[in-house]
Write a new protein. Sequence first.
Length: 642
Amino acid sequence: MLNNRVLPIIILFFITLLVVLVYYTGLKGGFLFDDFPNLGEMSKYGDMHDWENAYKFVSNGNAGPTGRPISLLTFVPQADAWFAGNAFPFKVVNLVIHLLCGLLLYWVTSLILRAYGEVKEQKIAWIALLSASFWMLHPLMMSTTLYVIQRMAQLPLLFSLLAIVGYFKGRTLLSSKQYLGYTLMTFSIGLGTLLATYSKENGALLPLLILVIEFCNPNKNNLPKWQWRTVCLWLPSLAITFMLLHYIDFSDDPWSNRNFNQKERLLTEGRIVVDYLAQLYIPRIEGYGFFQDGFLVSKYWFSPISTLYSILFLSSLFISSLLLRKKYPFFALAILFFFAAHLMESTVIGLELYFEHRNYIAAIFLFLPLAVGLYTLSEHIKPSIVIFISLLILIFLATMTWQRTILWSDSQKLMLYWAQNSPNSPRAQIVIATVLTQNGHFKEANQVVEQALEKRPESGLLALQLLLQKIEEGAVKKQDFIRTQQLIRIHRADIQAAIAIRDLTGHALNKPQIIQQYGDDLINILSVMLENPSYVNIKDFQGYAIFLQGQILLQQHKPDVAYQYFSQSFVLLADIDDGLQMVIKLGNAGYLQQALKMLSQVEMLYRKQPKETLKRSQQYYEKIILQTRHDMQNDLQAEQIN
């Protein structure tokens, strides 16, 4: 290897430029999937240049238990781009965060190498350079970077790396400036964990990840006192462990909106984690994307047999990392850190099964043993050969990532690519069907959904999509509504199906002849969904479904019944903005008496609601309630006079 200590820094600079060039094409892509419900919340609060509106957006997040306010705050400066439908500025910020994480990873790896007893600065620099570069250029990290909303997965790593830097800087001071060292370590871990957790919940794993780094460390010099480790590392880690234990529920049906139980999830995650490792060490350009609802669930140890093989493989990795920890600490660090980082998202919590972004933190040290091995090899053969091998790996990773970014530059082509490679995914087949209907090929679109229903008859999402397509085609019949009711009655709900009924109802409301002929049938479908326990467990679904029924009744010219449904929905949702929307719908339909009754109900809740929980300013609500009542009373008086 080259002796110049400055050269690795220069090369790192050029690696970051290479990452920018590789990613540039993908920055042109659009918004995807979860971008819309999460960033779309900005539309509720209005102009994000108004701090009060921005504060409401940031403090009312619903992406996770914490609300993830730190992540939401970083989206506010790009709000104008969201309203313009321009994803480019969001993706640029994500890329900058990715580069910062890569540079910090270089720094952290250098600090770990020194803490583990390595004294040769040249060796430290080259190993850190290779390890960080492999991670930055790896194609599996690309989806996290170019998927706008996954900034929520990037920020926990950014804050965790900063905290680890602070921890090791403080650790080096323990022998000379003990008080300052402990202060720096405590502050770094405390603030880092707080910021990481409020970016995304898996940031709470930071103390455990530092424990793993120390556990694999063969050098015990400057090790913090056990009292400090107990308070600052062990207690937070145990708290997370007990929290996860609280989630254990081996009953047959712990999650009514999932097609797997907890035992099946744990078995399936064994296969998934092995697949993650395979993709990290044998990269591919593009996998199955985000259509993972068709992923084969492991029912038993032998069903499929790869479940057993995967768990045996992971067990052997875990045991070997413990046994070889002292002799090969970097191998142990790579494996144990990977497992620890997956502890929250890949075990007992009822999340969806498979997502690439779960490796963004977990994989940061996976290439460290490879980098150490390459440097060790350079001490036994010509360094030029090792440099050539390293360049080949970097070029290979850069090429793979670049080819993937080309695909990501066109969102529609990307989704079609995923869909064609995910035949068992209801969501994927709906993407294909949607493209066909947009081009007027209704017969082919219906065939796609019918074939998917044969494979997944329990999917209410597919049943609702088929009904929607037939309404769009103008070929819907009463039997189609009856069949949908029958399918909905037996299937397990998911969030996508809940969204689908909203879109279906909205489409039908734009076709008065459909409501006139089949309005009661559509109300019955919503009633069947409300009788299905798996739907009731979806947050706010009950209130929203009743609201949809009220809209249908309103279009059927049944104002008193519609008002009753709106009133019931409002009680369940307890949301002033939703209530005002109901008032406006009643008023616009000409039913002013019912609208005024609804407005009184909304105002009553507004007066009782704590001011800090309001989505908009008090002035806004005072003005709109007063103005709406004034206008409606005037219109009502005019009607009575006429």
